[in-house]
Design a protein around this ligand. Structure first.
Ligand code: AMP
Length: 425
C-alpha cells in the first residue's frame, strides 16, 4: 500500500517522501482513510507506531480544503497531549509533515512565561498542540477562542486521565464546536479510557492495532531475578558490559533516578537524567542531547519520559517495576519504534513479583524470568517460609490444645497480600 492509495493529496505525499517514508505504517493504513472521511476514531496503538502521522496527515488535508477566506486564522485543529515532551514532539511533526503547506501551528505548554503564548495566539493559528493545564490558563485569560475547532485529537488519552486532567479536559470540551471530529488515541484500553471515549466520541471507528494490553511484538522482553540491593551493581554491569548504542533506564522515583546517575558515574558511565524536579529547560536539553546521540545513557521517571521518540533506541531497562501496569507498556514502547526491534530488561526483586505477574496477565505474554550469574536472588517470599512457620506454630498449638485445635488454627490462617514481605531464605 502507498500513501497515494490512502487518498492523501500531492503536497502531503511530497512532504512524507521528502522525509523518507516509503510506505504507510499499519496504523496509518487503517486510520487515515477514516479520518479523511470525517469519522470519529477510537484507536489503541502502541507508542512509536507512527500514530502522529496517522492523524496529522489527514488533518492537514482537511485544513487545506477548509482554508479560511477571512484574514484571521481560526483554530481548526486542537491536539491535546499529557506532557510537554510529547507536545514538543508533535509540534515538530506538524512542521515536518506540513512543510509543503502554509498551515500555522502554535505550541502551548506550561512551565515557561505565559505572555509570549498570549502574544502568539493574538496573531492567529490553525492548529494548537497543547497540554491541558496551560491551555486552561489561556482560556481563563481569554487569550484563545476554540469555538471553531472542527477536529479534536486526544493523544495518549490514558495518560492524560492517569495524570488527573479530566476536569481540565471537560472545561476545554465545553468550549468546542459540538459538531466536530474526535480522534482518541490511547496506548491501553483500560475501563477509564473506554468510559471517557463513550462520553466524547460519536459512533467511532474502533481500531485496535496491538494485542490486548498493547505490548509490541518486536520487543524482546526479559526479567532478571535479583535482590533490590544488587540492582545497582547489576545495572552498572549490564550498561557497562553490553554494547548498547543507547539505553534508557526507568525508575519510579526522582530520588532513585538521581542515585542511579551517581552510581553509574562512579562506575565511569556518564548519564543524563529527566524527572519532574529538573527545570523545564534542563529536561528539554537532556532529551535533545539523548535524541541527538550526544548522551548514551538516560535515566528517567515515568512521567518525564512520556512521548519520548528516539527512533533507534535499542534497549530499555526497568530498574524497578512501575507503579501502574500501563506504565510498563509506555516504558518498553520507547524501544522497538517504527517497526525496529528492541530489548526490554526488567530488574525484578522479590517484592515486585506480584506487579510483574499482573503485567504479564495484562499483556498476555509470559516474560522469561532468568537468573543473572553473580546477581541471583537470595531473598524469597515469606510465603515459602510461612509453611515452615505454620508448621512450627502447629507444633506449639498441638502441645497446648491437642490435635483438633491445631488443625482449626492452621485452616483459619489465610495468607493475604500483606504477608508478601521478604526474608532471608
Ligand atoms: P510516532 O508513533 O508518531 O511517534 O512515530 C514513531 C516514529 O516513526 C517517528 O520517528 C516517525 O518519524 C516514524 N515514522 C512515522 N511514520 C513512518 C513511516 N510511514 N515510515 C517510516 N517511519 C515512520
Amino acid at each position: 500500500m502507498s500513501f497515494h492509495t490512502l487518498g492523501l493529496s500531492k503536497p502531503i505525499i511530497d512532504a512524507v517522501s521528502e522525509i523518507g517514508y516509503e510506505t504507510p505504517t499499519p496504523i496509518q493504513e487503517k486510520v487515515i482513510p477514516h479520518i479523511l472521511q470525517g469519522k470519529d476514531i477510537f484507536a489503541t496503538a502502541k507508542t512509536g507506531s507512527g500514530k502522529s502521522a496517522a492523524f496529522l496527515l489527514p488533518l492537514f488535508q482537511h485544513i487545506n480544503r477548509e482554508r479560511d477566506t477571512e484574514k484571521f486564522l481560526h483554530v481548526k485543529v486542537l491536539i491535546l497531549v499529557p506532557t510537554r515532551e510529547l507536545a514538543r514532539q508533535i509540534y515538530a511533526s506538524t512542521q515536518k509533515y506540513g512543510s509543503k503547506l502554509d498551515v500555522k501551528t502554535q505550541l502551548i505548554l506550561g512551565g515557561g512565561n505565559i505572555n509570549p503564548q498570549i502574544d502568539a495566539l493574538k496573531l492567529g493559528c490553525e492548529i494548537i498542540v497543547a497540554t491541558p493545564g496551560r491551555l486552561n490558563d489561556l482560556i481563563k485569560v481569554k487569550a484563545v477562542n476554540l469555538n471553531k475547532v472542527e477536529h479534536l485529537v486526544l493523544d495518549e488519552a490514558d495518560t492524560m486521565l492517569d495524570m488527573g486532567f479530566l476536569s481540565e479536559l471537560d472545561s476545554i470540551f465545553a468550549l468546542l464546536n459540538p459538531k466536530r471530529q474526535n480522534l482518541l488515541f490511547s496506548a491501553t484500553h483500560s475501563g477509564k479510557v473506554k468510559f471517557f471515549a463513550e462520553k466524547i466520541l460519536v459512533s467511532p471507528k474502533r481500531i485496535d492495532m496491538d494485542p490486548p494490553g498493547g505490548a509490541a511484538k518486536n520487543i524482546s522482553q526479559v526479567a532478571y531475578m535479583t535482590d533490590r540491593e544488587k540492582k545497582m551493581d547489576l545495572l552498572c554491569y549490564l550498561v557497562g558490559s553490553r554494547n548498547y548504542s543507547q539505553v534508557l533506564i526507568f525508575s519510579s522515583t526522582r530520588a532513585e533516578v538521581d542515585t542511579i546517575q551517581k552510581e553509574l558515574a562512579s562506575a565511569g558511565l556518564k548519564a543524563d537524567v529527566i524527572h519532574g524536579e529538573r527545570t523545564h529547560g534542563a529536561r528539554h536539553k537532556a532529551l535533545e542531547r539523548f535524541r541527538e546521540g550526544k548522551v548514551r545513557i538516560l535515566v528517567a521517571t515515568d512521567i518525564a519520559a512520556r512521548g519520548l521518540d528516539i527512533p533507534d533506541l535499542p534497549c530499555v531497562i526497568n530498574f524497578d517495576m512501575p507503579q501502574s501496569k500501563e506504565d510498563y507498556i509506555h516504558r518498553i514502547g520507547r524501544t522497538g519504534r517504527a517497526g525496529k526491534s528492541g530489548e526490554a530488561i526488567s530488574l525484578l526483586s522479590v517484592d515486585e513479583d506480584e506487579m510483574f505477574k499482573s503485567i504479564e496477565r495484562m499483556i498476555k505474554i509470559k516474560i522469561p524470568k532468568e537468573n543473572f550469574k553473580g546477581y541471583e536472588r537470595e531473598l524469597v517470599h515469606v510465603k515459602m517460609d510461612r509453611r515452615y512457620q505454620e508448621e512450627q506454630k502447629k507444633q506449639k498449638t498441638k502441645g497446648a490444645f491437642g490435635e483438633s485445635r491445631a488443625k482449626a488454627a492452621a485452616k483459619s490462617k489465610k495468607i493475604t497480600k500483606r504477608d508478601f514481605r521478604y526474608a532471608k531464605s
